[in-house]
Design a binder for this molecule. Structure first.
Ligand SMILES: NC(=O)c1ccc[n+]([C@@H]2O[C@H](COP(=O)([O-])OP(=O)(O)OC[C@H]3O[C@@H](n4cnc5c(N)ncnc54)[C@H](O)[C@@H]3O)[C@@H](O)[C@H]2O)c1
Length: 381
């Protein structure tokens, strides 16, 4: 580049994230070809350095129909994840199964030297999360957890605000989310497939939004509550769903985090109000309000406000919504995982952080069962 060009181009935005490294195509397999696998296959199809070669699903014929529907030819289909892993030489898999098989599929893949993009929530219990991380460490492979809101510029702004010290030392956070009526059905409402209900399904996103912003401090104690009034009720659910509903549809908790930070959390698939409240991060210098958000959809619920004092005057600074330019969030989630494999860099959403997310969820369940505060116990990794 000529010297003049360098001067003229010095303010040009670099688009590093969009660049796909040249070279061999990564051989990818999809485990579980249900609803979320549709987003994975669409994103993989948009990646020029990916070849989707295999898929597996426990339901006979489901994987075959799935790849046909999405127009991907020549994919070898298997009746379960293990037969796929045993018979294929894969670079990466997406684990898109229901929560109860997240751990086994992920561990089996890592043990065979395959990089894993694991859908959220990481799994069901703390012990499973620990087993997953042990397998990850042993394998030296990339394991990233599928939280696509991490790639939203407004979500990233929350972390930047905290890290810039705008709020000062954080001491209290209220967060959560929910829907007035929005209980999913299919595999989400039974323990044998989902393990946990609203708490794991959408609660994990609210937790990630704030915990990632403050650097994922270790959870110490949890007082948790869960209920299932709506899911089990014939007044609010169809009989075929109410009769098999046995997970939570609402959860609340008071969590003590390392650094003397309190987390006040609630999440609902159904309730008699439109929202369980805004997310508010209280700092010693300022507070940040994030309008009530369906954060599982990827972004904040509206312009955020910082409440602070300027020379003794109480003021509010409203942050305009940042438009997400370029790749969609799901494509960024897939791309960042592929880039980590190709470049040998760290997982974009590391298990070491999501372990604490999972431990909070699991200890809410444990505390709710005995109706007492519990200490968070995480086995040595
Ligand atoms: N990131 C997101 O935005 C998002 C959105 C929806 C769901 N999810 C997550 O994705 C996961 C799957 O959700 P879904 O709605 O696609 O569920 P689903 O029930 O539609 O699909 C899961 C599929 O996995 C298959 N399966 C289970 N164990 C298997 C195994 N051992 N080998 C092969 N196949 C197996 C099942 O037969 C089923 O077809 C859940 O954990 C959910 O929380 C993420």
């Amino acid at each position: 580049m000529a010297v003049g060009d360098a001067v003229l181009n010095q303010f040009e935005q670099t688009k590093k994230e969009e660049v796909v490294a040249e070279g061999k195509k990564l051989k990818v397999g999809i485990i579980g070809t249900g609803w979320i696998a549709e987003s994975h296959i669409q994103s993989y199809k948009r990646m020029p350095d990916v070849e989707i070669v295999a898929g597996a699903d426990l339901i006979p014929g489901k994987a075959e129909a799935f790849f046909k529907e999405w127009g991907v030819e020549g994919v070898r289909c298997y009746p379960d994840h293990l037969s796929m892993l045993e018979n294929e030489e894969l670079d990466a898999v997406s684990v898109c199964t229901y929560n109860m098989t997240h751990a086994v599929c992920t561990i089996d893949a890592l043990e065979r030297g395959v990089n894993v993009l694991l859908e959220k929530p990481m799994c069901v219990t703390t012990e499973e999360a620990v087993e997953i991380i042990r397998a990850e460490k042993k394998s030296g492979k990339v394991l990233s957890i599928g939280f696509q809101p991490r790639f939203d510029p407004n979500m990233q702004q929350i972390k930047k605000i905290v890290e810039a010290g705008v709020l000062g030392e954080i001491y209290y956070i209220q967060t959560g989310g929910g829907r007035r009526r929005g209980i999913p059905n299919s595999t989400f409402i039974e323990k044998k497939t989902a393990g946990i209900g609203a708490l794991g399904d959408i609660g994990c996103y609210s937790l990630d939004m704030v915990l990632n912003a403050i650097g994922y401090p270790k959870p110490l104690t949890v007082t948790g509550y869960t209920s299932d009034f709506f899911g089990k009720s014939l007044e609010y659910s169809l009989p075929e769903n109410a009769n098999r509903f046995n997970v939570d549809d609402f959860a609340a908790a008071f969590v003590r985090l390392e650094g003397d930070i309190i987390l006040d959390f609630r999440v609902a698939w159904a309730m008699h109000v439109d929202t369980p409240g805004d997310t508010i991060i209280f700092g010693k210098k300022a507070a940040l309000r994030i309008p009530s958000t369906d954060c599982w959809n990827g972004s904040v619920g509206g312009p955020m406000t910082i409440y602070h004092d300027v020379a003794g005057q109480r003021v509010e600074t409203v942050l305009p919504i940042i438009e997400n330019k370029g790749m969609g969030l799901f494509d960024r989630k897939i791309r960042s995982f592929l880039d980590a494999i190709k470049n040998g860099t760290a997982a974009p959403v590391p298990s070491s952080q999501i372990l604490y997310n999972q431990a909070i969820i699991d200890h809410i369940v444990k505390s709710a069962a005995i109706k007492k505060e519990v200490e968070v116990e995480i086995p040595e990794i």
